[in-house]
Design a protein around this ligand. Structure first.
Ligand code: UDP
Ligand code: MG
Length: 327
């Protein structure tokens, strides 16, 4: 259980909280974001904090604005990635750099209210290792996003070894030991929500109302969301492989029954004019099942191929503290 120090000390071991902020094209909203976040953190008596912002290959002037804020507030550190690696990789970079005893990933678009950090810390002080922020509703999400998320959460939780709690995203407080456990997981394709759930630990929940995005637009298109859902399932379940085996088995059994029926019918009533329709249906159906099975196999083999390359999850172009480049 954490003990508040209350003193400012340049010794980094006294840092209590690491806030991790992945940023991709967030320039317009950053001023409002820092105002609200800093107000919340300054009200936290007895805690020191660091804010690690990851510029995930933004194409607007996110990096310049981050540097301006870092020059003003020396708690802000910036990691500039060499290109856009995606939110999961940006979060991984932040988690690797964090030195706090508690780590909180936070979106830069103010959809996650920073004020909730107070409630999270209370739960942490009461002994929880993970404090999940659960949104009360998904009303700010567009319809396609809601449908895809619901579909994947349900499917994932039915067929995976560990359950991802519904309506819970990356916004959560994690104790240092949870973060160290997540860092030990070696996979390159990092579906963070799944990894966080997989490590377990003592969890508690605080609820919040998700706010609409303050500026800019969501970078998760329907296609990207679908790909993330597939990654989540393939990273934590091999059930689709088993399903294709069973589907093959069922189709084979059915064709055996159908074949026996045709033999009996021919013996009993003589030869019939063979129908194209039933033949074609059987051929197409079997072909479909085979292609589906090969597709599922291909999906997993592709992931094994990607993992076996052992490429780094992200590449840092430059680190900045106090708004200037670190040597
Ligand atoms: N983000 C990122 N890299 C990306 C996409 C998003 O770092 O490739 C960041 C983004 O700046 C924001 C957070 O991840 O801070 C959540 O992104 P977004 O708001 O687009 O997702 P949504 O809230 O719609 O799920
Ligand atoms: Mg958002």
């Amino acid at each position: 259980m954490p003990a508040a120090t209350g003193l400012y000390n340049s010794d980094l071991s006294l840092i209590k909280l690491s806030i991790i902020v992945p940023c991709f094209n967030e320039a317009d909203g950053l001023n409002a974001f820092f105002t609200r976040l800093e107000l919340t953190l300054d009200n936290l008596q007895g805690y020191r904090y660091e804010i690690i912002c990851i510029d995930d290959g933004s194409r607007d002037n996110t990096l310049e604005i981050l540097c301006l804020h870092a020059a003003r507030n020396h708690h802000i550190e910036i990691l500039e990635l060499s290109r856009n690696f995606g939110k999961e990789a940006a979060l991984t970079a932040g988690i690797d750099a964090a030195r706090g005893e508690a780590i909180i990933p936070l979106d830069a678009d103010l959809q996650h209210p920073p004020e909730l950090i107070h409630d999270m810390i209370k739960e942490w002080e009461n002994g929880s290792d993970v404090v999940l922020a659960r949104r009360r509703s998904r009303k700010t999400d567009r319809l396609t996003k809601r449908l895809i998320t619901q579909f994947f959460y349900q499917l994932h939780n039915q067929i995976s070894e560990c359950e991802i709690p519904e309506n819970v995203g990356d916004f959560r407080l994690m104790d240092r030991r949870v973060v160290d456990a997540v860092k030990c997981l070696p996979e390159r394709k990092r579906f963070m929500k799944g990894l966080f759930a997989w490590v377990g630990f003592r969890q508690s929940i605080v609820e919040f109302d998700i706010e609409p995005r303050k500026s800019g637009k969501s970078s998760f298109s329907t296609r990207r969301l679908w790909a993330l859902g597939l990654d989540g399932i393939a990273s934590f379940s091999t059930v689709p492989l088993t399903v294709s085996t069973y589907a093959g088995l069922i189709v084979a059994l059915l064709s055996l029954v159908y074949g026996s029926w045709i033999i009996i019918k021919t013996l009993a009533f003589g030869a019939d004019v063979p129908g194209y329709a039933s033949l074609l249906t059987a051929v197409l159906f079997l072909g479909g099942i085979q292609i589906l099975g090969i597709g599922i196999l291909g999906g997993y083999i592709g992931r094994i191929y990607n993992e076996s390359k052992q490429r780094p999850v992200y590449i840092i172009r430059q680190r900045y503290s106090r708004g200037v480049e670190n040597s």
